[in-house]
Design a protein around this ligand. Sequence first.
Ligand code: FES
Ligand code: FES
Length: 140
Amino acid sequence: PAARRLYHKNVMDHYNNPRNVGTLPQSDPNVGIGLVGAPACGDVMRLAIRVDENGVIEDVKFKTFGCGSAIASSSYVTTLVKGMTLEEASKIKNVEIARELCLPPVKLHCSMLAEDAVKSAVKNYQAKRLARQNTAPAAS
Ligand code: FES
Ligand code: FES
C-alpha cells in the first residue's frame, strides 16, 4: 500500500509537472523524431532527440496527446534517455517505465507508447544520417 501511494505520486508528479515538453526541429540534421500511436486507444506520442557527434542523446522533447499515464510515461522516458547512447536508448523496455510509475495492467500500453517512440526516434535519426552519407558529396 505504501509503495502504491509512492508510485501513484510518481505518475502524478510527471503528469502535473512533465519534463522536457516541446519539440526539436526536423530540419536539424542531428534530430530524430518518432511519432507513434497506440492502437488500443488512439493516443499519440511525438518524441524528438538530438544526438551529438559521439552518438549520445544530448536533448530530448516530447508532445503527447493522451491519457495521464501516457504523459507520465513520456515525461519519465525523456529523463531516462538524456545522456544515453542510441544503443542504450533502444534497449529501454516499457516494463521499466511501467514499474517506475506503477502502471496497472490496463495502462501497460501507455508505457509501450514511450518505448516505441524512443525506438522510432532513433530509427528516424539513423535513416537521416544514412541518407546524408549516401548523398554527400553530390557531384553536379
Ligand atoms: Fe486514450 Fe487513454 S485511452 S487517453
Ligand atoms: Fe492509451 Fe494511455 S495511451 S490509455
